[in-house]
Ligand binder design. Structure first.
Ligand code: PHE
Length: 341
C-alpha cells in the first residue's frame, strides 16, 4: 500500500505541475482528492492492513493529502499570476502615442467683425434689436417714405413672397427703424444687424444675400454732429485712431439730410490706388437724419424729437478690415480661407 500511495503522489505531482489552466487543475483536484478520488479509493482498503501498519500508512496518507493540497494551491496561484500577466500585456496602453488632433471651429470672419461693431455700440449705450427677414412692404417701403414708383419696388430688384407685393425678403435692415419706433418710446439707441436680400448677380462685390447693420438714435436735440461723432468713433475704434473719414451728401427717402460716409483708403491714404480703384476713398455706409415724415408715420412727434440712422454693409466692412478682395470667399466655407482670420 505504501508503494501505491507513493506512486499516486508522484503521478499527481507531475500532473499538477503540467496543468495548463484552472479547469484542468480543478479536474485533477477531483480526481485525486474528491470523494470518489484515487486517494480515497486507496484509503478505503485500510481495513485490510494489520494494526501495526495502519497508523504508519494513515500518517503517510495524511501527509500525501496535505502535499497534494499545497501543490494544487501553489499551481493555482502560479496560473492566476500568469493569466494576470497575459491580460496586462494584452491591454497595454501606450501613453506616449501622440493624441488624435481635435479640430476646433472658430468664428466666421463676418461674425468677428459684427461682434467688434456690436461691442463698440453697446459700449455707447446701444441695445441690439432683431427682426424678420421676411418683411412687410409696409415696413420696408411705405413707412420708410419710399415712393410708389421707386425702382426698389420692382420685381426685378426685390424678392417678393406674395403676388400682391405686400410681403418680401427685406432688401435692407431699415424696416427695423420702423419696428423699433413702434415698439418703444424715445430715447432710442438700437443696433439691428441681419441678412438682407436683393436680386443682384453674384460677383466679387455683389451677392443676392448680404448683411447690414442698422443703427437708430432718437432723442431730444439729436443733430448731424451726433451722427458724425458716433460714426467717426466707430471707424477709429475699428481701423485705428488715425482713420480719416469723409461725409458726402446723398439721397435716401427716409433720411433728410442724407449722406454717405467714406473711409480714406488705408492703402494709399487718399492718393488713389488699386484697392480704392483710384478714388482715394472707400464708401462704407449710408446715413442721415431721420426724415420727419418717417418719425410721424411711426407716431413720434418730429417737433419734439429728432434722430439719426445709418446702415453699414457688414461684408464691405469685413473686406476692408481684412483686405479680402472677393466677397464670394465669405460664403464658400473653405476652411483654408476661413482659418486665416
Ligand atoms: N438702408 C440704406 C441702404 O440700404 C442705408 C441707410 C440706412 C441709409 C439708414 C440711411 C439711413 O442703402
Amino acid at each position: 500500500m505504501k508503494e501505491m500511495l507513493e506512486a499516486l503522489r508522484d503521478a499527481s505531482r507531475q500532473a499538477i505541475d503540467a496543468a495548463a489552466d484552472m479547469d484542468v487543475l480543478e479536474a485533477l483536484r477531483i480526481r485525486y482528492l474528491g470523494k470518489k478520488g484515487e486517494l480515497t479509493a486507496i484509503l478505503k482498503q485500510m481495513g485490510r492492513l494489520s494494526a501495526e501498519e495502519r497508523p504508519v500508512i494513515g500518517q503517510l496518507a495524511n501527509q500525501i493529502r496535505a502535499e497534494m493540497e499545497s501543490e494544487l494551491d501553489s499551481r493555482k496561484a502560479a496560473l492566476a499570476a500568469r493569466l494576470q500577466e497575459l491580460r496586462l500585456n494584452a491591454e497595454t496602453l501606450d501613453v506616449t502615442i501622440p493624441g488624435k488632433e481635435v479640430r476646433l471651429g472658430k468664428k466666421h470672419v463676418l461674425n468677428t467683425v459684427l461682434d467688434e461693431v456690436t461691442d463698440i455700440f453697446t459700449g455707447m449705450g446701444f441695445s441690439i434689436a432683431e427682426g424678420p427677414e421676411i418683411e412687410l412692404s409696409l415696413y420696408d417701403f411705405d413707412r420708410l417714405n419710399i415712393p410708389e414708383n421707386h425702382t426698389v419696388r420692382e420685381w426685378t430688384d426685390t424678392f417678393y413672397i406674395t403676388e400682391d407685393e405686400k410681403v418680401h425678403l427685406r432688401c435692407q435692415t431699415s424696416p427695423m427703424q420702423v419696428r423699433v419706433m413702434e415698439a418703444m418710446k424715445p430715447p432710442i439707441r438700437i443696433l439691428a444687424p441681419g441678412r438682407v436680400y436683393r436680386k443682384d448677380e453674384i460677383d466679387a462685390t455683389h451677392s443676392p444675400m448680404f448683411h447690414q447693420i442698422e443703427g437708430l438714435v432718437i432723442d431730444r436735440g439729436i443733430t448731424m454732429g451726433d451722427l458724425k461723432g458716433t460714426l467717426n468713433t466707430l471707424m477709429q475704434r475699428i481701423y485705428g485712431p488715425d482713420t480719416v473719414t469723409r461725409f458726402r451728401p446723398h439721397h435716401f427717402p427716409f433720411t433728410e439730410p442724407s449722406c454717405e460716409m467714406d473711409l480714406q483708403c488705408f492703402e494709399c491714404h487718399g492718393a488713389g490706388c488699386r484697392v480704392c480703384k483710384g478714388e482715394g476713398w472707400i464708401e462704407i455706409l449710408g446715413a442721415g437724419m431721420v426724415h420727419p415724415k418717417v418719425l410721424e408715420m411711426s407716431g413720434i412727434d418730429p417737433e419734439i424729437y429728432s434722430g439719426f440712422a445709418f446702415g453699414i454693409g457688414l461684408e464691405r466692412l469685413a473686406m476692408r478690415r481684412f483686405q479680402i478682395s472677393d466677397l464670394r470667399l465669405l460664403y464658400e466655407n473653405d476652411i483654408r480661407f476661413l482659418s486665416q482670420f
